[in-house]
Design a protein around this ligand. Sequence first.
Ligand code: ATP
Ligand code: MG
Length: 431
Amino acid sequence: MNSIKAIRGMNDILPSAVGAWQSIERQMRTLLASFGYEEIRPPIVERTELFRRSIGEITDIVEKEMYTFDDRNGDSLSLRPECTASIARAAIQSGLLRTPGQRVWAMGPMFRHERPQKGRYRQFHQLDVEILGIADASAEAELIVMSRRLWRMLGIDDPVLEVNSLGDRTIQKRYRKELVEYFSSRSAELDDDCRRRLQTNPLRILDSKNPAMQPLIEAAPRIVDRLDPAALGHFERLEAMLGEAGVEYRINPRLVRGLDYYTGTVFEWTTDALGAQSAVCGGGRYDDLIADIGGSASPAIGFAIGLERLVALLELSGVEPSIPVPHAYLAGIGEAGERSAHAVAERLRDAISDLRLIVDAESASLKAKLKRANRSGARFAFLLGEEEIRDGALTVRDLRKDTPQSSISLEGISALIAAADAAPTPALPDH
Ligand code: ATP
Ligand code: MG
């Protein structure tokens, strides 16, 4: 029978790789908590309508990338392609917005039917961070310095920060008209995709990756030159804060981002270490989204980091995640030893908090059990036979050192583990 494979673009994260993920996740949680952010866990499936109304009808994500299906009641549902809309929905629904200045984050899988390639998958993971209810540019600055702190905490080189301002809806509307006039007058030079976008969502032309379109896009009117005094003031305030905090950035007037809900500041952290998939983090302000999906108007801003790309960056930087090895591998020897192995293991776990202990699970010769102990990566092998049961002790072998085995009472094991934790673990010997 042929074997069943995972869906293209949806990957297993295997035990050998999961250490890096856990290490990144752990550091993110620590950092977020230290900035006063709280976790929120919205569902993975939402009504399709939520994404249509927030991300926008005429965007790549909604037009061609969503996993959409009818459930058994005939409601159209979609796997979330991103998390901001879900968080906004949850905040409205739960009344979270009644207290302004909510700082929240969510982490988990997102789904987009894109062409799978290195750094681009159909199920991928994001850390999503949002500040709800703050209009001041200080929220932008906070998110940016926090992400900079994350790169440094993880030990990766700072990616490059690009920022832009898209102005509010009125400015965008006026600018859209101007863009349509500009590109219509040059429509013979547009590729098919851009010509289609000109009809449906002209701002998206600026997003085109086609090199042939770049000169035309370069010469297009720039939205930063069309900002009104309020938008300009906001942007300048952000620039001042970033300057004070020593954050390096580049203003990229072409940065429009692929979702329609953005107004005002948008930003992206990119790296040239990952090839074509260069964005590790993208975000911006979405002051109209909450009202658009039925809440009472509330400013908001957020960003999302792509975890697969971050894991890849960490690998490139050569930072080894520290994954704790098991303290011990406990093997019952003979029928009596095998029968009491779990009982003894439980006593040890009761006595020693954070003990990492594997219990051998299959009858075999002593030699085979020791081989399994070695393969487990554990520091010690604990052997439990009739004699040890009688003495209330374990025979202990240090699997990382060529020292003779010794008998240690169950009470004495705590001291052994404490001593092992206090010193660096010796490297695995070559077998
Ligand atoms: P890109 O320009 O690479 O398509 P994006 O602007 O569509 O990115 P966002 O929607 O802003 O991405 O999501 C934030 C981050 O999530 C991105 O910066 C990227 O790191 C990651 N990301 C987005 N799409 C994917 C994907 N298909 N596979 C892996 N990571 C992704
Ligand atoms: Mg994309």
